[in-house]
Design a protein around this ligand. Structure first.
Ligand code: MN
Length: 474
């Protein structure tokens, strides 16, 4: 599986020198206890390091500059134990180029009525320290995350965890490189986009390759390498020969494995973590990559068909956020419009991401009318059930927009024995009529990333980090 570096987050606690050494020691002790407790909770996907008690502009500015420079630091978490005059934070906060989470919490959950005095109040004044600090972040249009509540609460820890996954996605987004085999599908509008703007705003590098580059790479794959992949395939999935001749079936599966091995090698060499294909550009290859794409999705590679590099990069980005679970490229295909049964059937010609599988995938070989090539092997399975999201990215000339809605992911009401592709069904949570109408009115495309792992709150946090226009259909 594609690896993400071992990121960590810094924890900076705000205070000031006014209170004296004893209070600053107490602030540091309490902050360290919060950090230790969060790390031991098992709730967070990445560790938190206590950085320092921030008492003046110099220490804050220095810490933020260091956070920018240190590649292991994915973001900064701040907490105001006491009042911390926010003019001290202006320079450092402006310089910080990484995600910022303001944890608005208090060391003690309740008010100790029996013992509370003014010393206690001065030491534990997060209530107004958080407002002073929050003001300057808002004034600086920092777009930072605010998580409010008692730090031991599961809800608070889950919110921190979800944000951490988004923050790592943000950091990693600037490393996403998309390899395009062929250009975009001819005449199609929504899959086009400004590649330079995508790199400026989202960090994505998008490189073109001729399909001949893949053909050349495939010629170096050995039979032994394919044997190994074939054995792995048999150990994981059901191989269903069906009406095919067994030799024909095996040859066609092996061809997809040859494509998979070649692409993976090509991507590793070039540092690519997402890719596109185009069924109009298959000169010199026998099958449109289907199973090959799906196996690479399983390893974490982002993908979209028809040269749609925007969706391929978004797919990789959300696979990082979701730790490559329950997340993949999707396409709106066919509808059930009957009242009470409204549902969208999502799929693709072949390439549905097996991280979305809820049943054991079957390897099948069937003809494919599109692309004018030999019958391709593919994985066929049922998709997810439960709460999910569906999001797309479109280029409107003056800006990129992320468009999405929350969905109920569903199982088909009946088996579809003649449908030779994996399927994912969903109904927009606001209703199919309302959700689809708004989607179309806003110009959202038919290529999406579907997930039952990533939440709409995470998408909103992500778009804030990128200062990306977000249309959250409700
Ligand atoms: Mn498509």
């Amino acid at each position: 599986m594609l690896k993400v570096p071992d990121y960590k987050f810094w924890f900076i606690v705000g205070s000031q020198a006014l209170y004296g050494e004893d209070d600053l020691k107490a602030v540091e002790k309490d902050a360290k206890e919060i950090v230790a407790s969060l790390n031991e909770s098992g709730s967070l996907p990445y560790p938190v390091d206590f950085k320092e008690v921030a008492i003046d502009a110099e220490t804050i500015t220095s810490a933020m500059k260091e956070a920018n420079f240190n590649d292991e630091v994915a973001g900064v978490i701040t907490w105001m134990h006491t009042f911390s005059p926010a003019k001290n934070w202006i320079r450092g906060t402006k310089l910080l180029q990484k995600p910022l989470l303001h944890l608005a919490t208090q060391f003690r959950q309740d008010i100790p009525w029996d013992t509370i005095d003014m010393d206690y109040m001065n030491l534990n004044q997060s209530a107004h320290g958080d407002r002073e600090y929050g003001f300057i972040n808002a004034r600086l249009r920092k777009n930072n995350k605010v998580v409010y509540g008692y730090w031991r609460d599961q809800e608070v820890q889950t919110e921190i965890a979800d944000w951490m996954n988004v923050a790592v996605g943000y950091n990693e987004s600037f490393k996403i490189k998309v390899a395009r085999f062929g250009d975009n599908m001819r005449n199609v509008a929504v899959t086009e986009g400004d590649k330079i703007e995508a790199q400026i705003q989202l960090g994505w590098t998008v490189d073109y390759f001729g399909i001949g580059d893949l053909v050349e790479e495939m010629s170096h794959v050995t039979e032994e390498e394919i044997d190994k992949e074939y054995a792995d395939l048999e150990s994981r999935y059901d191989l269903v020969v069906g009406d095919n001749d067994p030799k024909f079936f095996e040859d066609h599966v092996r061809y997809q494995l040859q494509e998979k091995i070649a692409m993976e090698r090509f991507f590793e060499r070039g540092g690519y973590s997402a890719f596109t294909t185009n069924f109009e550009d298959l000169w010199g290859i026998k099958q449109l990559p289907g199973l090959a794409v799906q196996l690479l999705n399983r390893e974490g590679y982002g993908f979209a068909g028809e040269g749609d590099w925007k969706t391929a990069a978004l797919d990789r980005l959300l696979k990082i956020v979701s730790h490559n679970t329950d997340t993949g490229f999707m396409e709106d295909y066919t509808l059930d419009l009957r009242h009470g049964h409204e549902v969208i059937l999502g799929s693709h010609m072949l390439e549905v991401d097996p991280t979305l599988a809820s049943s054991k995938p079957r390897v099948e070989v069937h003809p494919l009318g599109i692309g004018d090539r030999e019958d391709p092997a593919r994985l066929v399975f049922d998709g997810q059930v439960g709460d999910g999201i569906d999001v797309t990215i479109s280029d409107f000339g003056d800006e990129y927009r992320l468009i999405g809605y929350e969905v109920d992911a569903k199982m088909a009401e009946a088996p579809a024995p003649h449908l030779p592709v994996a399927r994912q069904l969903w109904t927009p949570k606001m209703g199919q009529k309302s959700g689809s109408t708004q989607w179309i009115e806003n110009g959202g495309g038919h290529h999406t990333v579907f997930s039952t792992k990533v939440t709409m709150q995470q998408i909103e946090d992500l778009t804030k980090m990128f200062e990306l226009k977000f249309i959250n259909i409700k």
